[in-house]
Design a protein around this ligand. Structure first.
Ligand code: HEM
Length: 368
């Protein structure tokens, strides 16, 4: 049975024929049941992304209500990912330069890798933790802080859904405060890399507050987590289906990750929120409407374009490190004896609205 709608497609076993048909036949349409516009063709997605009225957050709710007031809300409000302000453009440029410079100087040996787990529950945890460990090492945080960062990003993520209860929200604030503290210490301390020093100097010259810089370095940990979990998890499933040998080479792992980006990408959609009414692709979209940008459908028309990493103004600056870290983790897990065929034989997808993340440990009759 094909997916009922584009949100249902994220967790469907094989949504790709549906996505291809959507991009071809319904480039931009309104889905009354979802109460959203759906953009599925690359041209329609680009037109929305480029339109000044299409914002990354609803005008009335720049920060999820449940997170305000508190450290988690304050951190969220500063993320470039969640802003269309002039500050976004300034800071985004500096972050992109930093990521590129750090990429050249970061150690090639993946010393950041946490020990490989050997059961399905351990793999599920590893998918979320490994990308944060990788990013923490990439930023230059000391090794004994990596696991704490992964746990705190987990705490922050759990506080984001609108239905998160008071306990999760309190834990999210505490996690955000600890993350901000660690990154401020890194920024002011002796261990900052030359690329990080330059980022600090350039940000100060551009009038960007140190708190914003620290929040956005925590933002890099946050951005790498769930999408990174999907990239690594979908790579394990693909390796299992292809019976990839345990002695996988780094080059084979990079090719595997590229295949996943093209054929089973980790992030299937993102959203824009209309601040004003706009005429896009021959259709009038009213103020206050949400537009779902189906990146995985655009991938079916342009498989080489890396749509899962977004495009235009808010395009992901972390695509290269994300691919490299997922390739390193795949080599590590396979060589440590993790059997991808066994994983691919029994899994389901987590019930997420935009990321495709496999879950290997679950009870048959439990809800995803
Ligand atoms: C598989 C891994 C990843 C995927 C699929 C991914 C995907 C994306 C996508 C689709 C966006 C744009 C969202 C939108 O336009 O609505 C984005 C933004 C962003 N990503 Fe990634 N990302 C990944 C990993 C990373 C990593 C490792 C980093 C950090 C080095 C990172 C940093 C960012 C940042 C800072 C933004 C915000 C850019 C902006 O708003 O201008 N991402 N990512």
């Amino acid at each position: 049975m094909q997916p009922a709608h584009p949100l249902d497609a994220v967790t469907h076993p094989d949504p790709y024929p549906y996505y291809a048909a959507l991009a071809r036949d319904r480039p931009l349409y309104r889905d009354a049941a979802l109460d959203m516009w759906i953009a599925a063709h690359p041209d329609a997605i680009s037109a929305v992304m480029r339109h000044p009225a299409a914002r990354v957050r609803p005008v009335a709710e720049p920060v999820p209500r449940g997170l305000c007031p508190g450290a988690a809300g304050d951190m969220f409000s500063r993320f470039v990912r969640m802003n269309d302000s002039a500050a976004h453009t300034r800071l985004k440029g500096l972050l992109a330069v930093f990521i590129q410079a750090q990429q050249q100087s970061a150690p090639t040996s993946p010393a950041w890798l946490p020990p490989a787990p050997h059961d399905a529950a351990g793999i599920d945890g590893y998918l979320y933790a490994a990308p944060v460990h990788a990013q923490a090492a990439f930023l230059g945080l000391e090794r004994d802080l990596h696991a704490d960062c992964a746990a705190d990003i987990g705490g922050f993520l759990s506080a984001l859904p609108a239905q998160a209860g008071a306990g999760r929200i309190a834990a999210g604030h505490a996690a955000a405060a600890r993350l901000l503290g660690r990154l401020e210490t890194l920024l002011t301390g002796q261990h900052a890399s030359p690329a990080l020093h330059r980022l600090c100097t350039d940000a100060a010259q551009a009038g960007i507050a140190r708190e914003s810089l620290a929040a956005n370095l925590a933002g890099l940990l946050f951005q790498s987590c769930e999408a990174g979990a999907g990239l690594l998890g979908n790579a394990l499933v693909m390796a299992g289906r292809r019976r990839t040998p345990a002695a996988i080479t780094p080059e084979d792992a990079e090719a595997l990750i590229d295949e996943v980006v093209r054929h089973d990408p980790p992030l299937h959609n993102t959203r824009r929120f209309m601040a004003e009414a706009a005429q896009i692709g021959g259709q009038r979209i009213e103020a206050g409407q949400t537009v779902l940008l189906v990146l995985a459908a655009a991938t079916m028309i342009q498989p080489e374009a890396g749509w899962t990493f977004g495009a235009h103004n808010h395009a992901c600056p972390g695509g290269l490190p994300a691919r490299r870290h997922a390739a390193d983790a795949s080599v590590h897990l396979l060589r440590a004896g993790v059997d991808p065929s066994a994983l691919a034989a029994r899994f389901r997808y987590r019930a997420l609205p935009n990321a495709r993340v496999p879950q290997f440990d679950f009870l048959e009759d439990s809800k995803p």
